[in-house]
Design a protein around this ligand. Structure first.
Ligand SMILES: Cc1cc2nc3c(=O)[nH]c(=O)nc-3n(C[C@H](O)[C@H](O)[C@H](O)COP(=O)(O)OP(=O)(O)OC[C@H]3O[C@@H](n4cnc5c(N)ncnc54)[C@H](O)[C@@H]3O)c2cc1C
Length: 760
């Protein structure tokens, strides 16, 4: 085939454009260095190294730290605020601290599956620096720079004893789950309330294809944008999941299906980058007045001024680049702030853009493990003004905790479906209103085979119609990672808004028309897809859009305002709270780590000194356990290995939650278990797991099957309910345990009174 030479790379969510880099190292040297170091092929550290070897090692570790966002010769603001160096002005102590901190970072990054302990560090650093090891290690651990993620070694550090406060997390997306895991490892009691019947939020991998031959398709967040220092890369390595580097080759096709001429392509690419450069100059000249101008209007004026891209094909090509820019920002250029749209450029992650083999659900799945999540709990109200927080879900159920972390998307905050009591501070409300939350939609198709070329990960298609420049302008082939011939067409900008209301059949017809227009004339037959799916992220009430951008009138500091906690009780996480990495999966994850750390600091400051909460919570747990055992002496419902207790005062409400206990042990049936309990033989080895479950679900379990396996399947697969150990049950179900037991006491008192009345 006569492919034209490759056009400029468009290898991920970010289009090719000049980015002001904070870093000044040679990326290719750095790539090799990181590859060696992060690939786990690091040679063991010898004790008797020469001074030169030590120096080289220190430099390498400094580079690793730099890639993770640490300045090369200074402290992070957060480190300075945490007082990691004593006395603060001591330059020598600060330099020693930086070397020790870089060493710890590099040590863990070399083997992220391990849990790095302080004593391991002490083996390789001289004793005279013990105090620095402690301060650097504690800082890095508590701020989520080391020992985070999903490896069994990290999981083993989840504390069984929840000696800190309790936190409710609203939303089981990347931000909420990252925070939940960190908080559990710090010793908090955690409960995640999720409105959907699945975790992951805007990371949503679905199965497409035929029974027995499914492919995994990411309908939301998909590309890991820059693998260096990316926490999602850490998760992938912990799980041993391969990553596929998205190849640079991205052919572009004209609306008539022909290849875009290479020299024209290079020319227009240059024009596009010049327009952006000039737009940046214009904003410098305008200063604050640029705040009210959109990037779109600046580009249009510059285009007119310089008289560029006037011929039809040039204009179509330039429009393609502009659509790509709208994709990267999930917003129309006419909405983006000229002054601040690219404020996050300096923080872009380096390295390749990648797909995760098998889809991003694999990360979500691992993050959910051992995290207590209640699904289908749509939060409608968060009251945070008193001595504790109260979170109310649709249907009226109330959950209480010391603190709440709200990780819902900006679109949900804008929609006002969650009422905050008291109302959020005016500053936060204004930032919510100012920041933009735009749209990106996808048409996912699975075909019987790959017809677009095994070697191609992306290709683009120009549009004749300006207002439709974002409609199916870019295609991603997922055949290398999804397990099937999956192709996804993107819909960005204005087209994404219209797509929300379009007829899926007509959309599919258009996409196939484009594909057949490109491949038909080349003699390549385009088959009908086996299955197609269209997203409607804007109409989804649990996100109301795709991701955030800096809209006209807004700025990067609005992300910071969104991240601020209110009164040390109400915290916020999510991609739209991350100024450095907004609109990304890794940004969401990092915001969760950040807030976990913030909650820990706040708890220490506001709660720890005031009451002996450790003792308090242990006492509570012990007394809950006694109450729990008592409750199940008289279950309201029992079959197979399952027993249930419910609040008698809510007998009319089939959705009211109760507690279920599952007994595991060395017996084959409930009858055998009951008989054995009544016999004088020594007790059978039994243990219990628990779950929160509604009356309705309990009755469905009873009806579904007469064997426990079938019932467990219904419980786990259909209801998505996870069983919990005793500690989590006491921690999470405490208010339920108390209310059922209180209501039972009330009922018994009433019965007693009636009994007395009858017999007196
Ligand atoms: C189409 C699309 C493509 C994308 N492509 C990329 C990409 O290639 N690379 C990349 O890095 N990023 C991409 N992103 C962005 C990325 O997916 C998000 O930034 C990230 O997943 C956001 O995570 P989060 O935890 O902040 O929010 P979410 O994932 O949205 O999690 C919030 C959770 O809160 C829940 N919730 C909302 N309201 C309530 C309520 N009232 N009560 C209870 N629960 C509630 C939601 O159901 C959700 O589970 C894409 C996003 C979309 C939509």
């Amino acid at each position: 085939m006569d492919h034209p030479p490759p056009p400029p790379p468009t290898d991920g969510r970010r289009p090719t454009r000049r980015a002001a880099k904070r870093t000044n190292y040679d990326e290719s040297v750095f790539d090799a260095l990181l590859h060696d170091h992060l690939g786990g092929s690091r040679p063991p550290r010898r004790r008797n190294r020469t001074a030169e070897e030590r120096q080289r090692e220190t430099e390498t570790e400094a580079m690793i730290a730099l890639s993770l966002g640490f300045p090369i010769d200074a402290l992070l603001d957060a480190e300075a605020a945490a007082g990691v160096v004593h006395p603060p002005g001591d330059a020598a102590a600060r330099n020693d601290y930086i070397v020790v901190r870089n060493h710890i970072l590099a040590r863990w990054r070399a083997n992220v599956r391990s849990y790095l302990s302080k004593s391991e560090i002490k083996e390789t650093v001289s004793r005279q620096y013990d105090h620095l090891i402690s301060s650097a290690y504690d800082f890095l651990l508590e701020h989520g720079y080391i020992n985070f993620g999903v490896s069994p070694a990290v999981r083993a550090q989840f504390l069984d004893e929840h000696d800190k406060g309790s936190v409710i997390i609203v939303g089981a997306g990347l931000a909420g789950l990252a925070a939940a895991r960190q908080l559990l490892s710090f010793g908090f009691k955690v409960l995640v309330l999720e409105g959907r019947d699945r975790p992951g939020g805007r990371v949503y991998t679905t199965k497409m294809g035929k029974q027995g031959n499914f492919a995994s398709v990411d309908l939301g967040g998909s590309v890991i944008t820059g693998i260096h220092a990316n926490p999602l890369g850490v998760l992938a390595r912990q799980l041993g999941i391969p990553l596929h580097k998205i190849r640079d080759y991205c052919p572009l096709f004209r609306p008539d299906g022909g290849h875009v001429d290479r020299s024209l392509d290079v020319e227009v690419d240059l024009v596009f980058n010049k327009l952006l450069e000039n737009a940046a100059r214009v904003r410098e000249v305008l200063g604050e007045s640029a705040d009210g101008i959109s990037l779109g209007s600046a580009i249009e004026r510059l285009q007119l001024l310089y008289g560029v891209a006037r011929k039809t094909e040039e204009r179509e090509l330039l429009d393609w680049h502009l659509a790509n820019l709208e994709y990267a920002n999930a917003g129309c250029l006419s909405d983006l702030s000229l002054a601040h749209w690219d404020q996050d450029d300096p923080y872009e992650m380096g390295g390749d853009h990648c797909f995760l083999a098998g889809g991003n659900w694999r990360l979500i799945n691992a993050l959910c493990e051992d995290v207590p999540v209640l699904y289908k709990k749509m939060v409608t109200r968060i009251a945070y003004g008193g001595g504790f927080v109260e979170v109310v879900v649709a249907g009226g159920q109330v959950f209480q905790a010391d603190m709440v972390l709200c990780s819902v998307p900006l679109g949900v905050l804008k929609s006002g479906t969650i009422k905050f009591d008291p109302e959020l501070p005016a500053q936060k409300l204004q930032a919510i209103q100012r920041l933009g939350f735009g749209l990106l939609n996808k048409v996912a198709m699975i075909f019987p085979y790959v017809f677009w070329g095994e070697e191609i990960d992306t290709f683009g298609c120009l549009s004749k119609d300006r207002s439709k420049r974002g409609e199916f302008f870019l295609f991603y082939g997922y055949h290398t990672v999804s397990g099937g011939a999956v192709l996804i067409a993107l819909v960005a900008g204005e087209a994404a808004l219209n797509f929300e209301h379009s007829d899926p059949v007509a959309s599919l017809h258009s996409v196939l028309g484009i594909l057949r227009g490109i491949y038909g004339p080349k003699g390549v037959f385009v088959p009908d897809p086996i299955q197609t799916m269209c997203t409607r992220w804007g109409s989804d009430p649990l996100c109301c859009g795709s991701y955030s951008h800096v809209r006209v009138g807004s700025s990067g500091s609005d992300y910071n305002i969104l991240a601020e906690n209110v009164g040390g009780r109400l915290f916020f996480a999510g991609e739209a709270t991350n100024r450095e990495h907004p609109a990304t999966m890794h940004g969401a994850f990092l915001s969760g780590l950040r807030e976990a750390s913030c909650i820990l600091q706040t708890w220490r400051k506001n709660f720890m000194g005031k009451s002996d909460s450790k003792k308090l919570s242990q006492k509570n747990l012990r007394s809950y356990s006694e109450v729990l055992a008592d409750l199940f002496k008289e279950p309201d419902l029992a079959f197979g290995v399952f027993s249930f207790v419910f609040d008698p005062s809510e007998a009319e409400d089939p959705k009211a939650l109760g507690l279920m206990r599952v007994t595991f042990g060395n017996y084959s049936s409930r009858k055998e278990l009951d008989e054995h309990r009544q016999s004088s033989e020594p007790p059978l080895q039994e243990f219990y797991l628990y779950a929160l479950i509604s009356r309705e679900q309990a009755h469905q379990m009873k009806m579904v099957s007469d064997n426990d396996k079938g019932r467990l399947e219904l419980l786990c697969k259909k209801f998505g309910i996870k069983l919990m150990g005793y500690t989590d049950t006491c921690a999470l179900g405490s208010s339920l345990i108390i209310s059922i037991s209180g209501a039972r006491r009330g009922r018994n008192r009433k019965l007693q009174t009636m009994h007395q009345k009858i017999w007196s």
